[in-house]
Ligand binder design. Structure first.
Ligand code: E4P
Length: 242
């Protein structure tokens, strides 16, 4: 399963890229507004930072407006995917943009019927919002399972992008179901890394390492003759295991 970061914050995006953790980025008008930056330079920088699709939402209610925005976005960078909402106008715009080979992420999907229509319109991604469904006591992950079954039944190529992810269990469930992508905020991505047993284990290993006599680990001390000697051996191949 691919992992996307749901953020328009370049510090977060750069950090996640440095972990080799993300395959793309999703944004929405609320996330972009938080950054308080000039829109196009921000979008371009995000596209240049991540080596994968970057979804940017159109902000019109009518299909013609969405199509115009989608065309403009697509010229900014090859990574761009235009987002259109799951409305009648959004479907019209998706159909037109798909005809023009502009990739569309159909967003704000809350039902299996909506997902079916997004696929028929030619969506590249469909974004079902699991967290917002959970918020209203409707099981978000059940929708992912339904969409997965429907798309498999009819071999739709639209990729399922699980959105509105709120915690690591959403990510595990999405992967179990076989969703193509999960997009998540930086805090959730960080939570995927953390495990208390990793921290406890690392502390113990490092404490035990300190018990080694100083001369046995002199090779680690910067600027010492021991360090230079070890580095010299390694570079000349003498440090290799037999
Ligand atoms: C996805 O593209 C959306 O930006 C996002 O996942 C919405 O998440 P939220 O429901 O936590 O706002």
């Amino acid at each position: 399963m691919k992992i996307f970061l749901d953020s328009a914050n370049l510090t977060e995006i750069r950090e996640a890229v440095s972990w080799g953790a993300i395959d793309g980025v999703t944004t929405n008008p609320s996330l972009v507004a938080k950054e308080q930056r000039d829109f196009f330079p921000l979008l371009r920088e995000i596209c240049e930072t991540v080596n994968g699709p970057v979804s940017m939402e159109t902000t019109c209610r009518d299909a013609d407006g969405m199509v115009d925005e989608g065309r403009v976005f697509s010229k900014i960078h090859p990574h761009i995917v235009a987002k259109c909402p799951l409305t009648k106008e959004g479907l019209k715009a998706t159909r037109q943009l798909a005809k023009e080979q502009i990739r569309v992420n159909v967003t704000l999907c809350f039902s299996a019927t909506q997902a079916l229509l997004a696929a028929k319109a030619g969506a590249y991604f469909v974004s079902p919002f699991v967290g917002r469904l959970d918020d209203i006591s409707s099981e978000g992950m059940a929708l992912i399972q339904d969409i997965k079954t429907i798309y498999a039944n009819y071999r739709f190529s639209t990729q399922i992008l699980v959105a509105s992810v709120r915690h690591p269990l959403h990510v595990v469930d999405a992967a179990r179901i076989g969703a193509d992508i999960a997009t998540m905020p930086f805090a959730v991505l960080e939570a995927l890394v953390k495990h208390p047993l990793t921290d406890i284990g690392l502390e113990r290993f490092l404490k035990d390492w300190e018990k080694l006599p100083a001369e046995a680990k002199a090779w680690k001390s910067p600027g010492t003759a021991a360090k230079s000697a070890v580095q010299g051996d390694i570079l000349s191949g003498q440090g290799k295991r037999s």
